[in-house]
Design a protein around this ligand. Structure first.
Ligand code: HEM
Length: 387
């Protein structure tokens, strides 16, 4: 049997795939709600965890408000902020339950992947801990940034799981046609772009967590002399000794340093991602090239708007989600490049294993010559088939 691109699984698994898809969408919602909570200054809307002022929900009655005031005299209840925070927690809790359900379902059928759901369960437990420390450590930037990166990683893993299940789907009987197998250089460039985007996201998280968003209001880098002000201590992760980190604890020069680093990071990211787009275009992967370029353009547009318009709420939330989309777009491209390579390898191995007839040698030549031709959209013009 020739290895097929679709799965060896016996049954269509629409239910499981649907659940994973839904969970992915919920993870994106939790990320958006997290950004909204932070940007509405509601990160400490409830000063305790997992409850709110000791209650399961936001204190509502006068009696509950009186108890809340007694227990947390330094934290007057601000109902709308408390609701923002609790909504984020409820939806995040539902996400945790869905990931648990995915795990339970994965163990009920042997053809379902189990390792990735288990990693996801670990991630969501880690996220719950980071969510708790975000509150108990009063918005310590390293915790806030870690929570952002954890959320992005959870969404990425859910998308990878969904794609894996989608590729296993045999319902339609369709074989998947891959673009031409890419050269190793393009694959390495895609991985480099993924790493650079992830680092830029971490820098963005550091900018946001240290309240450095509005210290520079001009383009391209900063109106103040950021080079002479540059202070590397701005990037020390731990920042001990403060009771609260709300509204930031760093001085102006340190905030300028962080902001400038994120802007320069954006330039480096743009360069590397555009290089990838160009290489993708040249090997005929035009849909991927377009998608990655569009995501980059939108993200830069939102970042610039954040600076020029002093962080409007929808734009700031959009910039958070834009970072996620750029990460996912680069990740999906990376995955497709590596899968195309292994699919090409499987076909070549099979043809090589055939008796050395004129036909099999012609196939090998055809496959190699057409695979690298720009504009070629399928695997050497052939879609791997069984039999
Ligand atoms: C090139 C790709 C870029 C990526 C992947 C990226 C990613 C991010 C991320 C993930 C955040 C954290 C958002 C949050 O915590 O809610 C952020 C914050 C920020 N970014 Fe970017 N960014 C990029 C480009 C830019 C550009 C070009 C600018 C401006 C010229 C910019 C300005 C900002 C500002 C001001 C913040 C702080 C926003 C806040 O406090 O909520 N970014 N970025």
């Amino acid at each position: 049997m020739v290895p097929t691109v679709s799965s060896q699984s016996s049954q269509p698994d629409r239910l499981f795939r649907g659940l994973v898809g839904l969970t992915f969408l919920l993870a994106v919602t939790v990320i958006a709600l997290g950004a909204y909570t932070r940007l509405t200054e509601a990160g400490l809307g409830c000063p305790d965890w997992p409850g709110c002022y000791g209650f399961l929900s936001v204190p509502q009655t006068d009696a509950q408000h009186a108890i809340a005031q007694q227990v947390f005299p330094d934290h007057p209840v601000e109902v709308h902020k408390a609701w923002n925070e609790m909504l984020h927690r409820y939806v995040a809790g539902s996400l945790g339950l869905l990931i648990l359900t995915i795990n339970l379902m994965a163990w009920r059928r042997r053809d379902r992947p189990r390792r990735l759901p288990l990693v996801l369960l670990g991630m969501v437990i880690g996220q719950a801990m980071l969510g708790m420390w975000t509150v108990t450590m009063a918005l310590k930037p390293v915790v806030v940034m870690g929570h952002l990166l954890g959320g992005f990683t959870t969404a990425s893993l859910l998308l990878l799981l969904w794609l894996r299940l989608a590729n296993h789907n045999r319902e339609t009987g369709q074989r998947q046609a891959y673009p031409a197998p890419p050269a190793a250089g393009v694959r390495r460039l895609a991985v480099a772009a993924l790493v650079v985007v992830a680092l830029q996201i971490a820098l963005g998280g550091w900018t946001a967590a240290n309240y450095a968003a509005v210290v520079c209001t001009q383009l391209p880098v900063c109106e103040v002399d950021w080079v002479s002000k540059f202070d590397i201590t701005a990037f020390e992760p731990w920042q001990p000794g403060f009771q609260t980190y709300q509204y930031g604890v760093l001085n102006f020069d340190q905030r300028v340093s962080i902001h400038a680093a994120h802007r320069i990071g954006a330039m480096i990211t743009t360069f590397v991602v555009l290089l990838l787009v160009w290489r993708l275009w040249r090997i005929g992967w035009r849909r991927h090239a377009w998608a990655v370029m569009a995501l980059l353009a939108v993200q830069i547009g939102l970042g610039v708007t954040n600076v020029l318009a002093s962080l409007p709420l929808p734009v700031a939330v959009g910039h958070n989600l834009g970072g996620l989309c750029l990460l996912l777009g680069t990740l999906v491209t990376c995955r497709a490049l590596y899968r195309a390579r292994s699919a090409a390898g499987a076909v070549e191995d099979h043809i090589a294993a055939l008796p050395q007839t004129g036909f099999s040698q012609t196939c090998m030549k055809h496959d190699r010559s057409t695979a690298s031709r720009p504009g070629q959209e399928t695997l050497g013009g052939m879609t791997p088939k069984s039999g």
